[in-house]
Ligand binder design. Structure first.
Ligand SMILES: [Zn+2]
Length: 91
């Protein structure tokens, strides 16, 4: 009978501790998950850097100047690029 009471007490204490600790466990889980997400983002950007196309530099076919792709005049679906209409007319 004594052991039964001890077992009951232990289980009650366990349940109490568990219910007390559970929010913290969930919090820790969330933190770990968010950290994982962050590291996932970091690794994915490190593995394949998705540089926006507008930050890409292209070389003018006319004068050889490197210019941002967004400012370039591109022809033949981007095969030839020119920095200005002058260079385009000079080709
Ligand atoms: Zn040019």
């Amino acid at each position: 009978m004594k052991y039964l009471i001890i077992a009951a007490l232990v289980s009650i204490v366990f349940v109490l501790v568990y219910t007390r600790v559970r929010p913290y466990l969930k919090l820790i889980q969330k933190i770990v998950q968010s950290l994982n997400v962050v590291t996932d983002i970091n690794t994915s950007t490190a593995v394949q850097p998705k540089v926006p196309s507008r930050n890409k530099l292209v070389r003018c076919e006319g004068c050889g100047t490197w210019i941002p792709a967004e400012r370039a005049l591109s022809l033949n679906s981007g095969l030839a690029t020119y920095c200005s209409p002058e260079c385009f007319n000079r080709r």
